[in-house]
Design a protein around this ligand. Sequence first.
Ligand SMILES: *[C@@H]1O[C@H](CO)[C@@H](O)[C@H](O)[C@H]1NC(C)=O
Ligand SMILES: *[C@@H]1O[C@H](CO)[C@@H](O)[C@H](O)[C@H]1NC(C)=O
Ligand SMILES: *[C@@H]1O[C@H](CO)[C@@H](O)[C@H](O)[C@H]1NC(C)=O
Length: 382
Amino acid sequence: MATISNQKLWLITTSTMILLILQSSNGATVGSRRVPAMFVFGDSLVDVGNDNFLNSSAKANYYPYGCDFQGGRPTGRFTNGETLVDMLGRLLGIPYLPAFADPSTIRARVLNGVNYASAAAGILDETGQHYGERYSLSKQVLNFENTILRLRLLMNGTSLDKYLAKSIAILVFGSNDYINNYLMPSLYHSTQKYNPPDFANFLLNRYTYQILALRSLGLRKFVLAGVGPLGCTPYQRASCQAPAGRCVDNVNKMLGTFNDGLKSLVNRLNSNHPDATFVYCNTYGVFGDILKKPATYVEHLKDCTYVISAGFSVVDRGCCRIQNQGQITCLPFLAPCLNRSQYVFFDAYHPTAVATAIVAWRVFSGSPSDAYPINVQQMSLI
Ligand SMILES: *[C@@H]1O[C@H](CO)[C@@H](O)[C@H](O)[C@H]1NC(C)=O
Ligand SMILES: *[C@@H]1O[C@H](CO)[C@@H](O)[C@H](O)[C@H]1NC(C)=O
Ligand SMILES: *[C@@H]1O[C@H](CO)[C@@H](O)[C@H](O)[C@H]1NC(C)=O
């Protein structure tokens, strides 16, 4: 039975959905939709249940995860409600995507796109291995090839080419290559030979290789999310490196190098591949802004049609209960905080749905400082 505040949040979410759908509809319906499908590659920020089917200790298939999702349903999403890609899909008129690893993701169920994202996964194959099985970026690309085989059974070559070229690929990678690899020197030796700028370049080289592999498989529209200010997550704030609960600046600085490089990569890819469009999302900037002036987000949210009673008031700890320092995920079956719309983080690492909604809206409709050089809405019209 939902508490009153659960119901309130659910109502807010529902009315937002309706408003956003109305705003984005342009009379589009399935079939004539401008963006026929979305293919999602990434980590726990956008996993919608793949790791449920893997031998992984990085799972979110239990309460309180999903407590605001479709009236309270744990699905493997690492947050209380929708993920970033659920929201972007909704703005584009695309239903929730199925997880690749789910055995029921077969036949026509792949037509709206597929989500390959896997908690603990990184650009590098070994990233996150201490959590057990996961689909690394290279495995996710192989899984996408498998989907193409299935799609070939559903449409002819000409239609498939057109379908893939109009679809949007979203890639959310990099965080785990830092927190579950480079910043864990005792477990991950092979990356320690790099200094931070060289490590960022190493990641970006590998990333480029796989992005171009996806392009050669037929995708033409790419949304590449930068890494958020990981040094400010409750997980990092609780680490011994953090000065009394403050952000860990040297971690954020490393990510700055990666993000700057990713933005340059987007420029390079756009000029080298005029038949394709690449967009960089400044998730670092948007989250950084929320963390800097959390209370002011009342107005911003109203602008974005999300209606929240008060700005964010808790930025330095997660909404759910965590076992101990160094742990990321919620303790199973314990009630989360009541005012979830006042928290930026749901657990020690993943943002709440409301904080994510700000990012989704800015990536969809924001200025070039949020989504560069164009936003997802503009991309959908190409
Ligand atoms: C799952 O992974 C653990 C540790 O990586 C291993 O010990 C165990 O045998 C695996 N279980 C299965 C069913 O593969
Ligand atoms: C492919 O399928 C489309 C849509 O069903 C159809 O219009 C087109 O004629 C087909 N092309 C070929 C070469 O069969
Ligand atoms: C939740 O937020 C409301 C309104 O901002 C406040 O009155 C209430 O004390 C908060 N409850 C908790 C448990 O923080």
